[in-house]
Design a protein around this ligand. Structure first.
Ligand SMILES: Cc1cc2nc3c(=O)[nH]c(=O)nc-3n(C[C@H](O)[C@H](O)[C@H](O)COP(=O)(O)OP(=O)(O)OC[C@H]3O[C@@H](n4cnc5c(N)ncnc54)[C@H](O)[C@@H]3O)c2cc1C
Length: 425
């Protein structure tokens, strides 16, 4: 190819097609820039991917989709995702047996299960209702402006009893933070409570990977380049892992935090949390409802029958059970999980077939207090960096960080923006 035939260098290269990179590339493209979105793997989505295997949909680590996130409402066609809801609330296995924690405003028939003396003592019920009301009803800005502390300190300050924290809240929140000491930023905890109070937890019928797939489908043709890992950055662009140099007006690093720290020397690598999700196939669903089940013994973080949420997760006549544990897949864990599932579901699990186990080492950034909920994406080297590690470890955080990168880049390079717009006319 001669120099004249070579396509012009992109105005911006975005490295990584997870949610942050997709949001960034979409906004830059919509602003008229020529964008190259370079993704190392064979698909978009990063930590939000779904494998299809033998008729099963296997999300790469169990996660739920929340409809109330502002970025989700702004960017996604929820109807096209064919969302299948979980029941509001959960079943918490405590040392005294299972209790249902339901939101009585959404599940009127279950209001009695939250009466004082059943799931919660009256004082705890009032404290929890106060927390939920404060976080749900106040503007998000008020939640964000609060001084930060650990979630554990925030729960103590709210007046909740040790028993309610340990038996009900810790097991649930450990599944959200992927740590069970509740040392995660209370600011993030309040935002989680807010999103749960305002939205619905659900799963797309085609698996969690349908979310990034929908974003990718909105990219202009030719923007996305799969199986194109970036090896390093230069002052004028990027060098691909195969040594090819790609010139670009600006570079946005939208990878996970560890890779971002390698590509951008000087950027600290965030601590991360690991989780393992086990998938078991059973002949029949051990519980006939789309409900999350938690475990106060913390042997497992949470479990649910995915096919009760969305039957499309398994071939007809098979139930798919998802169960997550903190950390990696050590040899003894799988057997312990199976035994615990027998207790939680009160059924014989010896015939269940383990069809997959996914360990995600850098599943979430650790978010100790004080945790800035959003950070500039500008770096000292003139490149940009975005991703959940620059905001919050969540779908909302990743999308918001990608949005911010595009906004800051467009502010810093108005000429590229203008000339691209003129070319497009
Ligand atoms: C098991 C699990 C459960 C979760 N549960 C929830 C939940 O219930 N609710 C919620 O809101 N959030 C949840 N999350 C968090 C949410 O999925 C993440 O915060 C979000 O997907 C992160 O997106 P990202 O774009 O920042 O990063 P990533 O998804 O990590 O994307 C980075 C991309 O960069 C690519 N890349 C890396 N290196 C290179 C390179 N050198 N060159 C080119 N490309 C590269 C990667 O392949 C990847 O596609 C969960 C995450 C996990 C793993």
């Amino acid at each position: 190819m001669t120099a004249a035939q070579r396509p012009p260098a992109p105005d911006a290269v975005v490295v990584g097609a997870g949610l942050a990179g997709l949001a960034c590339a979409l906004d830059l493209s919509r602003a008229g820039l020529r964008v190259a979105l370079l993704e190392a793997s064979d698909q978009v989505g990063g930590r939000m991917r779904t494998d299809r295997r033998d008729g099963f949909l296997l999300d790469r680590g169990f996660q739920v989709f929340n409809t109330s996130y502002p970025q989700v409402r702004r960017r996604l066609d929820l109807k096209a995702l064919r969302l299948r809801p979980f029941t509001p609330g959960l079943i918490a296995h405590t040392s005294d047996g299972p209790v249902r924690l339901a939101d009585p405003t959404r599940r009127p028939g279950s209001a009695g299960e939250l009466l004082p003396g059943r799931a919660l003592p009256a004082r705890d019920l009032a404290a929890l209702a106060g927390l939920v009301a404060y976080d749900t009803l106040l503007p998000a800005g008020a939640v964000k402006r609060r001084a930060d502390r650990t979630t554990s300190a925030a729960l103590d300050a709210a007046g909740l009893s040790r028993r309610t924290i340990d038996e009900l809240l810790r097991p649930f929140l450990a599944g959200v933070f992927l740590e069970d000491r509740l040392e995660t930023s209370a600011r993030f905890f309040h935002l989680v409570l807010r999103s749960m109070g305002r939205g619905t937890l659900c799963l797309p019928a085609d698996g969690i990977g349908a979310v990034p797939a929908q974003l990718a489908a909105a990219l202009p043709p030719g923007v996305l380049r799969l199986e194109t890992p970036v090896g390093s950055l230069t002052t004028t662009g990027v060098v691909l892992a195969d040594g090819t140099e790609l010139l670009a007006g600006a570079v946005v690093v939208a990878t996970d935090g560890a890779t971002a720290a390698r590509l951008l020397p000087g950027l600290p690598a965030p601590q991360t949390r690991a989780v393992t999700t086990y998938y078991h196939a059973a002949d029949a669903a051990p519980i006939a409802e789309p409900t999350l089940v938690t475990d106060s013994a913390l042997t497992v973080l949470n479990t649910c029958v995915l096919t009760e949420v969305a039957p499309s997760y398994a071939p007809p006549g098979t139930a798919l059970v998802s169960t997550s544990v903190l950390g990696g897949d050590r040899p003894d864990v799988a057997a312990r999980v199976r035994r615990r599932l027998a207790e939680l579901y009160r059924t014989d699990t010896s015939g269940w077939q383990q069809i997959a186990a996914y360990t995600i080492d850098g599943a979430l950034p650790a978010m100790p207090p004080p945790w800035p909920l959003s950070r500039t994406t500008r770096t000292a080297s003139g490149h940009y960096v975005c991703g959940d590690h620059r905001a919050t470890g969540s779908v909302q955080g990743a999308l918001a960080s990608g949005t911010r990168a595009a906004r800051e880049l467009l502010t810093d390079h108005p000429a590229a923006h203008r000339s691209a717009a003129l070319t497009a006319r």
